[in-house]
Design a protein around this ligand. Structure first.
Ligand code: UDP
Ligand code: MG
Length: 317
């Protein structure tokens, strides 16, 4: 029987400190799964440290190691896409270089996939230990909101660490959108997924690449990519405001008819109303603009990333 190949995809941005630990862990996993062939694809997402030379050196001495190096930093989504595109395996698994996605879970994920006959095994954090409470709070709010307004269901605390079959991988690659949000794409393509929980592990070396605002922007991108609810909400707000103004106009008319009081008083409240309505209008135009901007980027049809170098550019030992 043909041996099955597992492609391990590792997005790396300034991971020079973590990579040696990762190699060690991955080697242990490969040794513990003798029935499978492996290829490891390191995607260097425009790192400014020695990540590229470490990956290159590893590829030079190990024929199972491949790498893709971008011309600049394109973000983790682009790095994951590049890895998935170049994967040749019957299965593909994405894991972070910092060992926060423990490679040692892979044998368990693989046997779960086979046992249950599913196309994908995802992982989620059982807790958010070691994370700033404010970040956990906003993360929880984000999952509540997105699951209310999007048809695609997002599993809270799901990680990008996921094993998938070739047919699911091909489905993911068939989605050609530019604004990628993988957690949503994995759910959108369907297929049965089993979940494994594990407790949060702190990164082995280096620092997180996410700032609070970076995550905030990422969640807004996700909402824009997987829901049009903000557009509907702004239309409803617009209709609601019209309703309120008609009621107000009627009230003024009736007061005019039944009493002879002068209408000069009350300018302050009118000013507030004008400002409020103006604010709502600008907000709704802003929401519209966000979608328009995304559409603009999609129509430009720019590549998701630019590859500067791969393992084909070096001579192996
Ligand atoms: N990463 C990447 N490009 C980026 C940011 C991050 O390829 O622009 C990689 C990073 O090297 C790591 C993974 O994505 O392997 C997760 O990043 P990080 O550990 O900083 O995120 P966190 O675990 O804190 O959410
Ligand atoms: Mg991490």
């Amino acid at each position: 029987m043909k041996r099955e190949l597992i492609s391990v995809i590792v997005p790396c941005y300034n991971e020079a400190e973590a990579l040696p630990y990762f190699f060690e862990e991955l080697d242990k996993v490969v040794a513990s799964m003798p029935d499978y062939d492996f290829e490891a694809i390191y995607v260097n997402d425009g790192s400014r440290d020695d990540t590229l030379s470490i990956a290159r050196e590893r590829a030079r001495i190990d024929s199972k190691t491949r790498y893709v190096s971008f011309s600049r930093n394109f973000g983790k989504e682009a790095a994951m896409l590049a890895g998935l595109r170049s994967a040749k395996g019957d299965y593909a698994v994405i894991m972070d270089a910092d060992l926060q996605d423990p490679p040692s879970l892979l044998p368990q994920m693989m046997s779960l996939l086979k046992e249950k006959g599913v196309d994908s095994v995802g992982t989620r954090r059982g807790n958010r230990k070691g994370e700033p409470p404010i970040r956990s709070f906003f993360a929880n709010c984000f999952y509540k909101i997105i699951n209310k307004i999007s048809k695609v269901k997002f599993v809270p605390a799901a990680r990008d660490y996921r094993l998938m079959s070739r047919r699911m991988l091909d489905a993911v690659l068939s989605m050609s959108e530019y604004n990628r949000f993988s957690k949503g794409i994995f759910e959108w393509v369907g297929f049965k997924t089993e979940w494994i929980s594990y407790s949060n592990i702190e990164r082995v070396a280096g620092t997180t690449k996410w700032s609070f605002w970076g995550l905030f922007r990422y969640s807004l991108d996700c909402i824009l990519a997987f829901s049009t609810a903000p557009l509907h909400i702004s239309s409803f707000v617009g209709v609601g405001m019209c309703g309120v103004s008609i009621i107000g106009a009627l009230a003024i008319l009736i007061r005019k008819l039944v009493s002879s009081a002068s209408a000069v008083s009350g300018w302050a409240s009118i000013t507030c109303m004008i400002l409020f309505v103006g604010g709502i209008q600008l907000f709704c135009i802003g929401v519209l603009g966000q979608y328009l901007a995304k559409t603009y980027l999609e129509t430009k049809n720019r590549p998701d990333y630019i590859v500067a170098e791969t393992e084909d550019d070096i001579t192996r030992e």
